[in-house]
Design a protein around this ligand. Structure first.
Ligand code: A2P
Length: 316
């Protein structure tokens, strides 16, 4: 398996199992199956509402004895309702309790967006948000850095951060984020952001590598393009006798980017893992590059407020 290296040389398997949208009732089996077939990187988040079940899977696997806690890289994410400095550690402790762990390998600030402390569910009005003047990204970040100093997390990072937001944060902190998890796929290369991260030893993880077709209808645009059905991607898959999903996963590894395809299906979990064996050539990569039309499946509009607290989340 391709591995990426953190600044301190800690390794990260470039293909991890995504758990966003994995239903309770299915995610436990998915995580156990993934670990049994070789995955050593699991991506979680408090807001996915399934960490308890992921925790049951991890505990059962560790009890079996073949795979140990230190063999698996586990990521989770701080939800937007816990950005105030006093809320950050309790949020992590809840995640650790749910996952039945005593440390995380990586904790990410899920979004550069703050909700009122403890807000349940999604905001219903502008009042449910806190502006970044009320709780700055650096306030939240510094509280996350303390978790690292306490040994509760091994690495700290962010998600959905633009180059501008990273630059602002880097001016105000001693610990530059170690990871930025962002949406990436052949329709959305974000080359400038990826290059900026790599130049600053910030690892990058690609979410929605397969186009996240299992998002709720409310999150989908009308007539959105389907990555898995794209003719160019299909032709590259045919050329190598692999599936379109495997091309989409391998694409990131060629860019030194990690990725976290989600599946709760045994066969697809295995197939996705096997993508590391594929080699894309220069011609394939050029064709994939030509597909870039800056299309986002997760467009961030759901966090825009009418009072101007939040707009243009990605700074573009
Ligand atoms: P399933 O969980 O039934 O396998 P993303 O990782 O971009 O969020 O995409 C996840 C979606 O892609 C889910 O609907 C998942 O369905 C589906 N999926 C995962 N792996 C594959 C695959 N190898 N081929 C086709 N669809 C896949």
């Amino acid at each position: 398996m391709d591995t990426l290296k953190f600044r301190n040389n800690d390794p990260l398997h470039a293909i991890g199992l995504g758990t966003w949208k994995s239903e309770p009732g299915k995610v436990k089996h998915a995580v156990k199956h993934a670990l049994k077939v070789g995955y050593r990187h699991i991506d979680c988040a408090a807001v996915y509402n399934n960490e308890k079940e992921v925790g049951e899977a991890l505990t059962e696997i560790f009890k079996e004895g073949d795979i140990k806690r230190e063999d698996v890289f586990i990521t989770s994410k701080l939800w937007n309702n816990a950005h105030r400095k006093e809320d950050v550690k309790p949020a992590l402790m809840q995640t650790l309790k749910d996952l039945q762990l005593d440390y995380l390998d990586l904790y990410l600030m899920h979004w550069p967006v703050a909700f009122k402390s403890g807000l349940e569910g999604f905001p219903e009005s502008d009042d449910d948000f806190l502006s970044l003047d009320e709780v700055s990204l650096s306030e939240t970040w510094e509280a996350m850095v303390e978790l690292k100093q306490e040994g509760l997390i091994k690495h700290a990072g962010v998600s959905n951060f633009s180059k501008e937001k990273l630059q602002d944060l880097m001016k105000e902190t001693d610990l530059i984020p170690e990871m930025n998890q962002i949406e990436l796929h052949p329709y959305l290369h974000q080359s400038e952001l990826v290059e900026f991260c790599h130049a600053n030893q910030i690892l990058v993880t690609a979410f929605s590598p397969l186009g996240s077709q299992d998002r709720t209808e409310a999150m989908k645009a009308d007539n959105e393009p389907t990555l898995l059905e794209n003719d160019v991607i299909k032709s590259i898959a045919d050329k190598h006798s692999v599936s379109p999903a495997q091309v989409l996963i391998r694409f990131h590894l060629e860019r030194q980017v990690a990725t976290i395809p989600k599946s709760t299906n045994e066969g697809r979990i295995e197939q996705n893992f096997e993508s590391y064996k594929l080699n894309l050539d220069g011609e394939d990569l050029q064709k994939l590059k030509d597909l870039d039309n800056h299309y986002r499946y997760v467009n961030g509009k759901f966090f825009e407020t009418s009072d101007g607290k939040y707009s243009n989340i990605y700074d573009e």
